[in-house]
Design a protein around this ligand. Structure first.
Ligand code: NAD
Length: 244
């Protein structure tokens, strides 16, 4: 049984991905700052297949400690999903330095740190592995209401994906990103407000928010051992909002 780590897996898209991975036969570590929500998910999925780990992905020491704990508990993970992120809908004129730095630290540095430290351990163990990042449409088109810091952090993740993919390809480690548009998740309505939902839907070519299960199934596909030739890609799941 392979072990997968999902950062920010306690709720929202991360929880959908965790459920899909457990259904696929993985043991899943929910690595999140929200310990309460993570425990609820572990109860739902069963402690023999799922565990919760308190992790702030922006902290170098916390990431190293998390890897130590996971290796001791379940052995070296095969799959790492960088899903944890924070977002603040703000105009460029209103963003203060502290908020800019925190969004970058969680979203971009967190993805960098987790990928780098996980990859180092895979190499030391001579293991192959998979890294899947959750990017965003905002990282491609600037986003409509997600804030410059969030959009820039996601654009940075798309670029990190290419560089990590190139550097790690020879070791049998693939690195890919899924770039969702607005998904059918509580966070979307919380950001735009219930009243703006009809306007958002009218603007989507498909007329529908993206299904989080589509993203989760793509994670499963990218993680397959025989998907070894698929690396460095950013896969769009964006309701037809941005075609390239
Ligand atoms: N919801 C969407 O429509 C949408 C669209 C595009 C991309 N995304 C991306 O999908 C991912 C999940 O989004 P969501 O909508 O489920 O968000 P969410 O806010 O519901 O969940 C984010 C999770 O990350 C955790 N988290 C926050 N800071 C953390 C930290 N420092 N360390 C570890 N965990 C931390 C939170 O506790 C939470 O469980 C994010 O990367 C987001 O950018 C979402």
């Amino acid at each position: 049984m392979q072990t997968a780590v999902v950062t920010g897996g306690a709720q929202g898209l991360g929880a959908v991905i965790a459920r899909a991975l457990v259904a696929e036969g993985y043991r899943v570590v929910i690595a999140d700052v929200n310990n309460e929500a993570a425990s609820v998910l572990v109860q739902e999925l069963g402690a023999e297949r799922c565990s919760a780990l308190s992790l702030d992905v922006s902290s170098e020491h916390a990431v190293e400690n998390a890897l130590d704990t996971i290796e001791t508990q379940w052995g070296m993970p095969y799959l790492w999903v960088n899903n944890a992120a924070i977002m603040k809908a703000q105009s460029v004129l209103d963003i203060d330095v502290q908020t800019f730095d925190r969004v970058m630290a969680v979203n971009l540095r967190g993805t960098f740190l987790c990928s780098q430290r996980f990859a180092r351990r895979l190499l030391a163990a001579k293991n192959k592995g998979r890294i899947v990042n959750i990017g965003s449409l905002a990282g491609q088109n600037g986003g409509a209401a997600t804030g410059a810091h969030y959009a820039a952090s996601k654009g940075g993740i798309h670029t990190l994906t290419k560089v990590f993919a190139r550097d790690l390809a020879r070791y049998g480690i693939t690195v890919n990103t899924i770039a969702p548009g607005p998904l059918d998740l509580p966070s979307v309505v919380a950001t735009i407000g219930e009243d703006k939902l009809p306007g958002l839907l009218a603007n989507l070519p498909t007329g529908q928010l993206g299904n989080p299960n589509t993203v989760a199934r793509m994670v499963v596909e990218l993680a397959r051992e025989d998907a070894n030739g698929l690396t460095g890609a950013t896969i769009d799941i964006n309701s037809g909002l941005y075609l390239r």
